[in-house]
Design a protein around this ligand. Structure first.
Ligand SMILES: Cc1cc2nc3c(=O)[nH]c(=O)nc-3n(C[C@H](O)[C@H](O)[C@H](O)COP(=O)(O)OP(=O)(O)OC[C@H]3O[C@@H](n4cnc5c(N)ncnc54)[C@H](O)[C@@H]3O)c2cc1C
Length: 322
């Protein structure tokens, strides 16, 4: 057997999440006493693929054909199961992204595999596998037993540390057997909503709620994010994007994007359960709110009871001094 990890790319580049994923898969391969095989699909340069070697990817299967440059979940699922079959992989690992949500269930059907989406730790038992995932919008953890021979896990972002395990990378080209019938639905054009750093990729988020009063006044979060630097971007609550104070791609929460930054500033945000569902994997939450009883303070690691329009300029000043 082997462990197969599918490393998604974004415009030919890997992200920190990809390296967390390879670190995680490499540890699973060690637990099962087997080797790790990494799969890259789409147009990724050899130099970029070699960056995975730092985290233990020694053998990389490269499916680099223009027809895979945009996602077709049906075709991707076929390619991944063909590679799993060729490499006798019983354990498959994906990052828990939109792509994995579309592809992993299809692979699970093809391989008759048990699928655990959103795992947050290494399995505690290997056979039958026992692994922890988030449940109830992140309010609880569930231990899931996987009884099937083939197993598929999707790993939540920022839930596993990077582990360096320098490996010499061998890249092997693979030509999958696919036909036009495997591309029943495919993206023909992708228009990015913005060139800004996406909320799911930012290390630090400065997020504004209805307490920041208006489209004009909430712009103070842009100033604070700019002061922090390029690893930081802005986010907001649902009502703020519904009111068109901020763009919809900044909306985080149960019905928005799920984020897991190292630092989340919740400014003028009450901390409704639907908002917390999208942010409660943040490593550190700092809240600023005038209401000492606001629920956000229960989720926050640090809280400042005060008017955000007085506190934010002081924070910006302190950040600039740093
Ligand atoms: C099905 C469903 C799905 C939902 N999905 C989401 C979702 O994905 N994401 C989401 O965010 N919400 C979601 N909501 C909405 C959610 O229930 C809350 O209504 C929303 O999160 C509240 O947004 P808010 O904190 O910006 O506003 P409010 O609840 O109005 O809170 C504003 C806060 O600002 C404070 N404040 C006021 N003035 C100041 C000041 N000068 N300085 C500092 N603090 C101040 C107030 O004390 C208050 O706590 C959903 C709701 C439903 C029903």
């Amino acid at each position: 057997m082997s462990v197969l990890v599918y490393t998604e790319n974004w415009d030919g580049k890997f992200k920190k999440l990809s390296f967390e994923l390879v670190s995680y898969a490499n540890e699973i391969a060690k637990m099962y006493g087997t080797n790790l095989v990494t799969l890259s699909i789409g147009d990724v340069s050899d130099d970029e693929i070699k960056t995975l070697g730092k985290y233990g990817a020694s053998k990389v299967i490269n499916v680099n054909d223009a027809k895979f440059n945009t996602l077709s979940s049906q075709a991707y699922a076929k390619v991944i199961s063909q590679v799993a079959d060729k490499e006798s992989a019983n354990v498959l690992v994906f990052a828990n992204t939109y792509t994995a949500r579309a592809v992993a269930p299809r692979v699970a059907v093809r391989m008759e595999a048990g699928l655990v989406p959103g795992v947050v730790a290494l399995p505690t038992v290997t056979e039958p596998m026992l692994v922890t995932k988030k449940a109830y919008s992140g309010k609880a953890f569930a231990d899931v037993e996987v009884a099937s021979t083939n197993k598929i896990l999707t790993l939540n972002q920022n839930s596993f540390k990077l582990i360096e395990a320098e490996a010499d990378v061998t890249i092997e080209t693979f030509t999958p057997e696919v036909s036009d019938a495997d591309f029943k639905a495919k993206s023909v054009e992708i228009q990015k909503a913005s060139d800004k750093l996406d909320v799911v990729d930012a290390e630090i988020l400065v997020s504004g709620g209805r307490g920041l009063k208006s489209a004009e006044r909430i712009a103070v979060i842009d100033e604070m994010a700019a002061a922090i630097g390029p690893n930081c971007t802005t986010a907001c609550t649902k009502p703020v994007s519904d009111l068109d104070w901020r763009p919809h791609y900044e909306h985080v929460g149960q019905t928005g994007k799920v984020v897991a930054p190292n630092l989340y500033f919740a400014l003028g945000i009450s901390g409704a359960i639907q908002h917390l569902a999208g942010i409660n994997s943040s490593k550190i939450i700092v809240a600023v709110n005038t209401d000492k009883d606001a629920p956000i303070f229960e989720a926050a690691d640090y809280g400042i009871i005060g008017d955000a329009f007085e506190v934010i300029p002081k924070l910006i000043e302190a950040i600039k001094e740093l």
